[in-house]
Structure formats: C-alpha cells, structure tokens
Design a protein around this ligand. Sequence first.
Ligand SMILES: Nc1ncnc2c1ncn2[C@@H]1O[C@H](COP(=O)(O)OP(=O)(O)OP(=O)(O)O)[C@@H](O)[C@H]1O
Length: 627
Amino acid sequence: MSPGTFKAVTVRPFQFSHMTEVQQAVLGMLPDLALPHTLAQSPRDVMVRARTGTGKTLAFLVPAIEARLKMLQAAGRKALTDNGRVNDPALETRGKRVLAREEVGTLILTPTRELAIQIANEALNLTKHHPDFRVHVWIGATSRRTQMRDFMTGTRDIIVATPGRLRDLLESEPDVKRGLSHTHQVIFDEADTMLEIGFRDDIEAIMSYLPPTPQRQTFLFSATLSSKVREIAQKHLAAGHSYIDCIKGQDSPVHADIPQYHTVVPSASQQIPHILRTIAHDQLVNPGSSKVMLFLPTTKMTQLFTTIIKQFGRSLLPAGRETTVYEIHSKRPQSSRTRTSDMFRKDKSGASVLVSSDVSARGVDYPGVTRVIQVGIPATREQYIHRVGRTGRGSKEVKGRGDFVLLPWEVGFISWQLTDIPIKPITVAELKTQLATLAEKHDESPGHSLPLSLKTSRSSSFSTMNSIRFQTPYKPLLDEFDRLGSQIGSQLDVEAVRETFLSLIGYYFSKSTELRVSNNVILEGCRQWTTDALAQETPPYVSEMFLQRLGLEDRRTKQFGRGAKKFAPTRRQNVPSWDGRGVQKNKNREWTSKEYETGVRGKEADGYRTRRYDQDFRRPRQTASLH
Ligand SMILES: Nc1ncnc2c1ncn2[C@@H]1O[C@H](COP(=O)(O)OP(=O)(O)OP(=O)(O)O)[C@@H](O)[C@H]1O
C-alpha cells in the first residue's frame, strides 16, 4: 500500500489499528491486485461476500486507489521512454497529468444515491494524503451541468455513480463515453442488487461502453451473493477470477453478534402498540444512546408511520418529546434525503428514530444504531439481511439488535424465506413484561440508568450529546399503549390511509408466492389492517375493476365459490380468510413457541424496488459534500 493511503487508514482520518477479515483477504492480494493488466500474472477480477458492516468499502477502495496510482506511474514512465529520456520529472508529471485528465480510473456502481455519496466521502477521506486525487459523484436529482463541469476540468480518478444517471451521461455526452472507454477498473457494490432485473438493462448498457476484460478489472462486493447471482456475475468477470467468501458454510450473513427477534402480532390492532413498545424498550435498554431505524415496505407506509411515531411517541416513549424522529424515502427531494441522512448519521441526541423505506437498507453506514425494527415483509430475504446489517456495525461498542414485526398472514416469510437466519420469537406479552420490568427499574431510581456522561453532560466532554430526561414515573404510562387504538383513527387523514392501503396491496400482491398465501388473503389482511390497526370505520373502497387490474383472480377461491362476495367493502363481511382455520376458540390468544417455530397456528399446525435514482425532482441541486 502506498504511504499516503496507509497514513489515511492508520493515522488520519481513519485511525484503524486492525484490518477486518474481508480487508485482510482483499488487501492481502496487494500489490498484485493493483497491477496494470499488462503486468499481471493471473486474472485480477474478484468476487467478495462478507457480512454487513464489516468494512467492505475500504476493502475495495484501497485497491482502487492503489491501481490508479500504479497507472499514473506507468503513464509517467511511458512519457519518458516515448521521448527517449531516463530522468525528466517535468515530462513524467506531464505524462501522468494527461492520463489523469483523459481516462477514468475506477468506476464504482451502487444502487442508491445515499450509498454513492457515502462511498465518495469515504474515498475522499482515504485520498486525503493524495492531494491531486479527484472523486466524482454522478447521481440522479443533482445538477448534470455541475457534474460535467467538474468532469471536464479536473482529473478523473474515481467516479461513484448510480446506474440511471451514468447511463444517461454515457448516452448523451461524448466526453463521458470517451473517458470511460479506458476505465481499467469497475466495482459493483451491493453487487446482487446491481445484477437484478430492475438494474440489468442499465448495467448491460453501461458495460457495453467499457473495455472488455482483461483490460477491465471487475470487483463484485456484497453481503448476499446467491448462487443465481453468482451465475449471472460470471458474465462480467474474467474466467478464473477469485472468489473470497468471508461467510463460510451456513454462517449468517448478518454480523454474528446481532441478536434478532421476530413477533407475529396476534391481531393487527396490536401492531402499532407493539412497535412503539419496541422503541420504548430500546430507549430503556440504551438510556441516552438509543438510535432506532424503523423500516417499512412502501413509501406511503413510511410517511404514515412517521406521523404515528411523531404523534404518539411524544406521550408514550420514555424520552417522550425529546425523541427526534427523522423520515427518509424516495418521494422526498434529494436535498432533503441527503440532509436527513447526514443528520441521522451525526445524531447523538440519545433518543432518535429514523423511519425509512428501503433507500437506507443497503450499505448506508449510520454509526451507533442500537436497533433495527422491520415492519411487514421486506422485498427479499437479502433485503431483510441488509436492513438488519444497519445495526452492530464497525466497532463493537454498540452491539445492536434486530426486531421483525409481522401480521399473522405475513408469517410465511419467516417459515419459507428466513429458514437459515438465527431469529428467535418474542411474543407481544413477553415484550410487555420486559418493558414493565425496565420501567419499574427506571422509576425506582430515575436517572440511575443514564450513563455518567449524560448525568453530567453539561460540564462533561460529551458536549454534543444532549441530556435526555425520561418521563417519570414511566410505568403508569404503559397502560396507555393498549388504549392507542381509539385515538389513532381520529388522528389520521382518510386519504393517507387509503393511499397507504393501495400501496400495500400493490406491494404484497407481488409477494404472494413468497408468503404462500393467496391474493384474497392479502387483500383481506390489508383491509383488516386499516380497520384494526388504524381504527378506520370501514376499509377503503376498491373497485372490482381495480382488483382485476392487479390480477386478483384467485382461481382456487373462485372454484370453491367463495370469491365474489368477499370483496364487498363493508366491515361485517370483511372476515379474514385465515379466520376459520385452526382452533377458533383460541383465535385471539398469542402464538405458542411451537407455532412460532413451525409458522403454523392451531391444529393445522413489499414492487418496492423502484428506480429511485432517476426520479425527476423539480428543483435539482448538487448535494454531495464533495464540491
Ligand atoms: N479496520 C476497521 N477497523 C474499525 N472500523 C472499521 C474498519 N473498517 C471499516 N470500519 C468501519 O466499519 C463500518 C462499516 O463499514 P462499511 O460501511 O464499509 O461496511 P460494509 O461491509 O460495506 O457494510 P454493508 O454490507 O452494510 O454495506 C464503518 O463505519 C467503517 O468506518
């Protein structure tokens, strides 16, 4: 590793003393990994699988920087030989500069804008002691003109891009096309997403502008690389490439230290109280350092839950009004997304919640997240893993925890999709008991549970941390959680509920195979959610025609003659189809541990990957903190 890069890693700004496993494996391949293809002995392409939060970014950025330095050195030397000189520093520098300004060094592709900005900032930090290095970020909803001006006037060492904007520039800007036609290194971060269907067209188009292997070196990095993705990946990698797998055998791709729990609420009416209790639990378990990420399956659901957490968290959470609630999803302008992301990253308030859609699920590094709560099923099993991976990252100071909250008809996701994930059940009643014990403890000696740094925060060195005061006594407030239902209904906008409902059926209908339930079950589950969880008088009306458009043609149901009547929008007829299965007299009881394990109750035992990066926002702004 060059002295400049080494200094950045070990002294300033990173001050890392040890390499993580993935860093040892990849950086152990230096200097060969960074050699130009003309000098390399064997294929330099690498596919890497390593757990979330274990430092993959640095593992691919260091070889990227080192490879660029080697290319520049080679260009300097070539300038000398071309002119028959042995020693001419000015000529050598000129040779380097020509290459640096004409050819792009490394292209890094990522699925989201937030991740692109984060990687670019990390690259800037790593090149702190290489003053001539330039890092460009090309993402949607930012000024193309600024991006092009920077590209035309500076060196082109590293470009971090989302596929939509990159393809757009490649297809419309000859200089970009020319610059990238010599790129010697391409890195796919979150490689499995990048090779998925939603991105595949863009990726194919982009790859057609880049040099072929072996001139092009290709790295693929992710925490999740299924065998199917690996098959697709072969196409972009050189034959004989290395595969580094830091998740050996059956080990979980989530960091081994992160405990994970799931709760199937017995009825939709318990969903919101349970989520608020889970946040309250985190605030009491991590007094003064609670930092929660709450993931929802759709944008509308994210908006709705932000309102709910803000509204009811004030009175029900231990930190009450002092809880800071952030909201991030693809419908927010990019400038606001970037600002929120920055604020949550730096948040040390001691009681904060980021309510998020999947824009924050992958790769984004928020230090100190104490808990990830997932409500409803994620788009894929991989997405579950990446979301949990937002907690327990990097240093081991914060252990983290994952909680997964499901409605009864969503349980199939655990039974069929998460079979190899070490996730334990926790019932609504168990969490209530744990919360009551913590609240009692707090009330006995309020303040004693706060760390010393907070008790003396005004005079201590923790000046950035606010002193959080918990509501005291807190235990009596716990009864209020069960009374939430009646209040929620009056606080919510009917149109917002309807839009959320529609977004949910659109999302869940595409998931029926994974959940192994029919679309009718999903429709009724969503309907009942609006009446039971959101306390609406009646579920939102949806026309037959709309349902047909969504493909609600459940042949089995129709065959048995139960279909048509069930769609009438009155509450009385809106009996969920799982009612009537299993043991009726126990239908309101909680799930037993056995039922949790099998996923079956009684005797019988989210298209939300939208192309966010290319949304057309009205007021485009340059947002990266790079220029
Ligand atoms: N050698 C190291 N020592 C200590 N901390 C490190 C080291 N390498 C990286 N980190 C820190 O660990 C955190 C996670 O790193 P990073 O974001 O690269 O993880 P990742 O493996 O890419 O995760 P994901 O799969 O979620 O994208 C960051 O805060 C980073 O600064």
